[in-house]
Design a protein around this ligand. Structure first.
Ligand SMILES: [Zn+2]
Length: 113
C-alpha cells in the first residue's frame, strides 16, 4: 500500500527550455519519461530533479504561478530547480529566471508498518 503525502517547499528556482538546437543538441520527440512532446506542452511539462517521480504534478506559486507535470530530466536540473518547457526560444528568453518560488506536490510514500 502507498499513501499520498503532500510535499511543500520554498526557495525554488525556475528556468525554461525549448526544443531548439540551443537548448537540446538534437531536438527531441519524446521526453525521458516517454511522453511525446507537442506544442500543447508549452508551460505544462518540466524537467525536475530525480527525487521527484515522472508524472508528478507540481503547483508553483510565488515567483511564478502555474501547474507543471514532471516529464523530463536534465544534467543541470538538480537541487531546488525546475526547468519549464516553452514553445520556442523567444519564450525561453522571455521567461528568464524566476527565483524564490514555492512548490507543492503529492508523492506516494511507501507505508512503513
Ligand atoms: Zn531553445
Amino acid at each position: 500500500m502507498a499513501e499520498l503525502e503532500t510535499v511543500r517547499d520554498i526557495g525554488w528556482k525556475l528556468t525554461a527550455y525549448c526544443n531548439c538546437d540551443r537548448c537540446n543538441d538534437i531536438p527531441k520527440t519524446k521526453t525521458e519519461s516517454g511522453h511525446i512532446i507537442s506544442e500543447n506542452d508549452h508551460q505544462f511539462i518540466c524537467a525536475a530533479p530525480k527525487d521527484i517521480p515522472f508524472g508528478t504534478e507540481i503547483t508553483i506559486t510565488g515567483g511564478w504561478n502555474g501547474k507543471v507535470r514532471v516529464e523530463e530530466r536534465a544534467d543541470g536540473v538538480i537541487g531546488k530547480r525546475l526547468d519549464i518547457f516553452q514553445k520556442d526560444h523567444a519564450s525561453v528568453i522571455a521567461f528568464g529566471v524566476k527565483n524564490d518560488c514555492n512548490i507543492e506536490y503529492q508523492i506516494k510514500m511507501a507505508k512503513l508498518s
